[in-house]
Write a protein that binds this ligand. Structure first.
Ligand code: NI
Length: 176
């Protein structure tokens, strides 16, 4: 399919609550998911949500292979979720550095639940239920926020832990 333009912070589509998908298995939905993966791969992202390519519907993708460019980050299964839901398990939170393809060049320290369950559907409408912890749980929560019009800077508690990646982490390479 195609690499699409990633909308950047300030674009109103990133602040909208996205609409649920009503029909599964359509060429439109399949094409959207392919575009999300193509766009994510072209920018070496860990995840991408449909509003980030200007489509205000509840679809997200993510996936991280064990990769030296993500120091310390465990692999996350390649996943498509349509109409996802989040269930928090336990009360533990942890802070971790996040970036976002819609907020290029910046990093911030963001609190997230460390143990969750998520549910959703694949493109064909088959249910998916998974428990996730730590980095996997963080990636889901970041992408899920995009469906509700929330960008990670809104979750940063201490804005002294928000800045440009090359200033915060000189000499390191990583991805959004
Ligand atoms: Ni993002």
């Amino acid at each position: 399919m195609a690499v699409r333009l990633v909308r950047r912070m300030g674009d109103p589509v990133l602040l909208q609550v996205a609409l649920p998908v009503e029909r599964f298995g359509t060429p439109e939905l399949q094409g959207l998911v392919e575009d999300l993966f193509d766009t994510m791969a072209s920018l070496q992202g860990a995840g991408l949500a449909a509003p980030q390519i200007g489509v205000s519907c509840r679809v997200l993708v993510f996936g991280v292979e064990a990769n030296p460019r993500y120091p310390g980050a465990e692999a996350v299964p390649t996943t498509v979720l349509v109409n996802p839901e989040l269930e928090v398990l336990g009360s533990e939170e942890a802070e971790g550095w996040e970036g976002c393809l819609s907020v290029p060049g910046l990093r911030g320290l963001v609190p997230r639940h460390t143990h969750i369950r998520y549910r959703g559907y694949d493109v064909q409408g088959t249910p998916i239920v998974r428990e996730a912890r730590d980095f996997h749980a963080r990636v889901f929560q970041h992408e899920f926020d995009h469906l509700n019009g929330i960008l990670y800077p809104a979750r940063i508690r201490d804005l002294s832990a928000f800045g440009f990646e090359d200033v915060l982490f000189p000499g390191q390479t990583s991805v959004d």
